[in-house]
Design a protein around this ligand. Structure first.
Ligand SMILES: [Zn+2]
Length: 153
């Protein structure tokens, strides 16, 4: 490849990046709503909870506690509750998670001390190092109330 061709392809790559930027910025804005739907607190990605209501609208919360308070106020069950695995930052279904209550506060504004893990090893490690206990049955967040619509709907 000659110098001229190289320059041309570099320029082309630059143009493509410029063209892509507005779309990238848009998609970031859409996925990163910075405020909790309950208390308006800042959303920290590793503790975020997302709830899809019966109408399909997504509500984001800064922590488990805010999501639970909000769910308690809803007249209708919701479609999905998704929590964030603290170890990987990955969003998972609330029913898949291990929940640990420990001494570590996730969100100073709410005082939430319940932590979310997908992996059992990560959960047990947190419990061991931060004096936590694994929550079972109705201690689990979202475990008490039938918040979810039956899955056939
Ligand atoms: Zn909140």
């Amino acid at each position: 490849m000659g110098a001229a061709a190289l320059k041309r392809s570099a320029a082309l790559a630059g143009v493509l990046v410029l063209l892509a930027l507005p779309f990238l910025a848009n998609s970031l804005r859409r996925t990163a709503d910075p405020h909790c739907a309950l208390d308006g607190g800042a959303l920290v990605p590793s503790y975020r909870v997302r709830v899809d209501d019966a109408a399909g609208k997504t509500h984001e919360f800064c922590c488990l506690r805010c999501a639970e308070i909000w769910l308690d106020r809803q007249a209708r069950p919701v479609r999905a509750i998704r929590v964030t695995d603290e170890a990987s930052g990955k969003e998972i279904d609330a029913s898949e998670a291990y929940y640990i209550r420990s001494l570590v506060v996730t969100t100073p504004t709410t005082g939430n001390r319940i932590h979310v893990f997908l992996d059992r090893t990560d959960a047990e490690h947190h419990a061991r190092t931060c004096r936590g206990t694994v929550l079972v049955d109705e201690e689990r967040p979202f475990g008490r109330v039938p918040y979810l619509l039956p899955s056939d709907q």
